[in-house]
Design a protein around this ligand. Structure first.
Ligand code: FDA
Length: 398
């Protein structure tokens, strides 16, 4: 078996397959190595099995990174429209769901099959399942010790992803390799992840589990402030749903979240102004804005009786109730961790890499792409777009 290649790509996920296909179709001899038994499991489970494969609005503003401009070059060289053109070429049915998010009509498997076919078009060699035990430099080449023997390659592309969902094969291999070659890391942390709260403090909200509603959510101050209007989901242990997944990528331990459960309505003013004319009780009134179960649960959690008539309540109490809905401030005690996180924030420090080629300045021929790099997309197809764009950037340069 030939064990000498121009390029060895480690990790046959979204970024790795894209990179291998592009390099192979440029005539490079490429080997793609993955330790998993099933190909591209994260693509398979993504988007509820339909893969939210890109976002039409994808731009640097949709990514979290210590260097927010780093991703600009790759994203503009290979755009959401470029990936969509590929999807169309393979006649994969797709639809736009919400805010530019594109999904397969049928199955995420179609994206995996498409990338596999692109790799075949580039005559990519596969080693899978195959573990890489060590990577070292040997003259002009890299030497990879794998459980299928030694592989020699002029360039190595590390596409081993982040740490989320270890049970389907996530490892810290890429981060360890980066350290071995003297590259800095931005501390990895779970992101796009549900947030949790102290058990005693959360107890009043446990009965609200399962309720969803659109909210405004924010965290941070001034320049570091992040805000989203998305759906919130109450869970038994805390908060989830797109609103919380989005904000989790910006949340710093110890910081509070501010939520507006009735965006664009000043609840206190409506209640106080309506006191004279509105004969309803509190639960009826709140259910014009909130699901009925949340209205009742919210009143109980905040010490109000559901059947109190607003006409009988002092303005001060109505103001307190209104503010509890428009300015709910809570401090998570943590997150559900990598077990539930969709992605890993942080990773290989972008200051170590070329934004055109994704190559490490300190280790010529060694490239890092995809989620292993400190570029983390918002929820909504942005992470795959980064995988495709960074994969193409490296694939065009190796
Ligand atoms: P990816 O994780 O895809 O691939 C890494 C590969 O490296 C894997 O095949 C793994 O087996 C291999 N590997 C790891 N360690 C190795 C080692 N030591 N040796 C050899 N191989 C190794 N994003 C999005 O844009 N739209 C969406 O709909 C979703 N949905 C979604 C759902 C869920 C449940 C999760 C967990 C994540 C998402 N994502 C998403 C995020 C998206 O899946 C993720 O950002 C990309 O898959 C990252 O692509 P990479 O190729 O960088 O890593």
């Amino acid at each position: 078996m030939n064990n000498q290649f121009d390029v060895a790509v480690i990790g046959a996920g979204a970024a790795g397959m894209m990179c291998a296909a592009v390099a192979g179709q440029r005539g490079r001899s490429v080997v793609l190595i993955d330790h998993a038994t099933r190909l591209a499991e994260k693509i398979r489970i993504s988007g509820g099995g339909r893969c939210n494969f890109t976002n039409l609005q994808a731009g640097p503003q949709n990514y979290v990174s210590q260097n927010p401009h780093f991703c600009r070059s790759a994203l503009s060289r290979y755009t959401a429209q470029d990936f969509l053109a590929l999807v169309k070429r393979y006649r994969i049915g797709w639809h736009e769901k919400h805010k530019g998010q594109l999904f397969c009509d049928q199955s995420a498997e179609q994206i995996i099959d498409m990338l596999k076919a692109e790799c075949d078009a580039g005559r990519v060699s596969w080693r899978m399942p195959c573990k890489v035990a060590a990577v070292g430099r040997e003259g002009e080449h890299y030497r990879l010790e794998t459980d299928g023997g030694v592989i020699s390659a002029r360039s190595v592309v590390v596409a081993t992803g982040g740490l989320s969902i270890p049970k389907i094969g996530a490892t810290d291999f890429g981060f360890r390799l980066a350290k071995q070659f003297g590259l800095k890391l931005v501390e990895p942390r779970p992101a796009l992840v549900p947030l949790t709260f102290d058990t005693a403090a959360w107890a009043p909200f446990v009965p609200l589990a399962g309720i969803a509603l659109e909210v405004d959510i924010e965290t941070g101050e001034k320049k570091s402030k992040a805000q989203f209007r998305e759906d919130l989901l109450f869970t038994h242990r805390g908060l989830s749903g797109p609103a919380v997944l989005q904000i989790s990528s910006f949340w710093e331990p110890g910081a509070s979240l501010a939520l507006d459960l009735v965006p664009e309505t000043d609840v206190a003013s409506v209640l106080i102004e309506g006191k004279a004319t509105l004969k309803k009780n509190l639960a009826n009134l709140l259910s014009q804005w909130l699901p009925a179960r949340l209205a009742e649960g919210w009143l109980a959690a905040n010490g109000f009786r559901a059947d109190t008539r607003i006409a009988d309540m002092p303005d001060k109490q109505l103001r307190r109730l209104g503010e509890s809905l428009n300015r709910w401030s809570i401090v998570p005690n943590g997150s559900e961790g990598y077990r539930k996180a969709e992605v890993t924030r942080g990773g290989v420090d972008t200051r170590e890499l070329s934004q055109q080629t994704m190559m490490a300045a300190k280790a010529p021929g060694l490239h890092f792409i995809g989620e292993a790099v400190d570029v983390t997309g918002w929820l909504g197809g942005y992470n795959f777009q980064w995988a495709w764009s960074s994969g193409v950037a490296a694939g065009l340069s190796v």
